[in-house]
Write a protein that binds this ligand. Structure first.
Ligand code: GDP
Ligand code: IMO
Ligand code: MG
Length: 429
């Protein structure tokens, strides 16, 4: 029985939501294992669009279990709002189909305030975070002062823990000349939603162990992408969690052997939201064209995404770092109509050729992409549902990508719609 981890192989927004939704018809359980509501996963089903931030993308399918694992940072108010929004579209969400790990960290109002304050402090060197409090919440987790879902069950301990946490943060806020925040206020606000949140509380590791033993298929849904990974990404312009496939295990409480196949979601070009190095970025008309045709605006913040050519060196690195067995290549249709298409095969750094993105941020900023130019195609691939419908030049482009990244294309996506998807190799088999 195969369990699949789906992860982004670039800088996020590769189309993970669409692919997870498609694959979830073959799965029984869908699990989020890192990140928080900085994520924005879009699903389009019969023309109806769903934008999911914290809820696993399997939630829209009846009869599937959704799990928010311990590795996720959860803003409880954002979660309740999202549940309401998705319910309003006719989706049933109850403790029967949604489990929230008791050992998941909570994002509290102070975290968003700190996220904003830190970004302001960085000034010109800001990261361009989503300002959802993700970084400060993960900081609290590793500093061992976080409040977790299970703490809501014990009001006395909850109160103490918030006080301890706020002593730390208020010292920081004072130092920054900002208004302090009252621990008592946060505590009371949490008491108000405590029951609603606790209704979903469960043990991610146990639920998944039971599913595994019962022969059920588990789909792990990553957020962000490998290049935003706190260890492997373009540090410090990254998110604050591990986004690589290995995190699916620790972020949900399963052993690494539980994950049988890693599917890397890969856009047929490259985008990035926020600041940081982006070797193949196009600031010219072609970049504008890709952004307009691909509707490249952030699902969470509405910010314009930076666009550029496909970077095979970067995706090849992701393939290795996450053990990607196959990729789902998305948004191929966005390239329709281009006369020529470039692919970055490596970089030039200070006069030397390299085939990887270096770790140092200053070197990352200095690398120059080395391109191969391929012929484009004028035909329409949007909505194609079989390999035979693709023009020869598009097939050539896909085959060249496979060769360069050292991984096969297992799935191909040609529009936002669920069924405009071509399956080459079933990741579950
Ligand atoms: P995620 O964060 O990886 O789930 O990706 P997002 O949902 O943030 O961004 C991907 C966007 O591309 C969404 O608006 C999707 O509906 C859309 N999309 C996904 N696959 C395709 C595709 O094959 N073609 C086109 N044109 N759009 C797609
Ligand atoms: P999905 O799951 C694209 C980016 C932010 C910023 C950096 C740090 O939809 O692919 P954070 O708020 O996490 O501290 O911001 O990470 N970022 C994303 N970019 N897609 C995402 O999620 C992202 N989540 C965070 O823009 O550059
Ligand atoms: Mg997104």
């Amino acid at each position: 029985m195969a369990n699949v981890a789906v992860i982004g192989s670039q800088w996020g927004d590769e189309g993970k939501g669409k692919i997870v939704d498609w694959l979830s018809s073959r799965a029984d359980v869908v699990v989020r294992f890192q990140g928080g509501h900085n994520a924005g996963h879009t699903l389009v089903i019969d023309g109806i669009e769903y934008k999911l931030h914290l809820l696993p993308s399997g939630i829209v399918r009846k009869g599937k279990l959704s799990v928010i694992g311990n590795g996720v940072v959860v803003d409880p108010w954002a979660l309740l709002r999202e549940i309401e929004t998705v319910r309003a579209k006719g989706v049933e969400i109850t403790p029967k189909n949604l489990v929230l790990a008791g050992n998941a960290t909570l994002i509290l109002p102070v975290h968003a305030v700190l996220d904003e304050a830190m970004e302001t402090l960085r000034g010109q060197k800001s990261i361009g975070t989503t300002k959802r409090g993700i970084g400060p919440a993960y900081e609290d987790k590793v500093a061992r002062r976080a409040v977790r879902v299970c703490d809501l069950e014990e009001p006395e301990y909850l109160k103490e823990q918030i006080s301890r946490m706020m002593e730390h943060h208020n010292a920081l806020l004072r130092g920054l000349g900002l208004a302090e925040m009252e621990a008592e206020k946060i505590y009371r606000a949490l008491l108000e939603i405590r029951e609603e949140i606790l209704a979903y509380r469960g043990r991610s590791w146990q639920v998944l162990d039971e599913a595994r033993k019962a022969g059920k298929r588990i789909l792990f849904e990553g957020a962000q992408g490998t290049m935003l990974d706190v260890d492997h990404g373009t540090y410090p312009f990254v998110t604050s969690s591990n986004t690589v496939a290995a995190q699916a295990a620790s972020g949900s409480g399963v052993g690494p052997g539980t994950i049988n196949y890693v599917l890397g979601i890969t856009k047929a070009y490259t985008t990035r939201v926020g600041e940081g190095p982006f070797p193949t970025e196009l600031t010219d008309e072609t970049g504008e064209h890709l952004g307009a045709r691909g509707h490249e605006f952030g699902t969470t913040t509405g910010r314009k995404r930076r666009c550029g050519w496909f970077d095979a060196a970067l995706v090849r690195q992701s393939v290795k770092m996450s053990g990607i067995r196959g990729i789902a290549l998305t948004k191929l249709d966005v390239l329709d109509g281009l006369k020529e298409i470039k692919i970055c095969t490596g970089y030039e750094l200070d006069g030397q050729m390299i085939d990887y993105l270096p770790s140092s941020t200053t070197r990352q900023a200095r690398v120059k992409p080395v391109y191969q130019t391929l012929e484009g195609w004028s035909e329409n691939t949007r909505g194609a549902r079989s390999w035979a419908q693709l023009p020869a030049a598009a097939v050539k482009y896909v085959r060249y990508i496979e060769e360069l990244i050292e991984a096969p294309v297992a799935m191909l996506s040609t529009s936002p719609e669920r069924d405009d998807t071509i399956l080459m190799r079933d990741p579950f088999l």
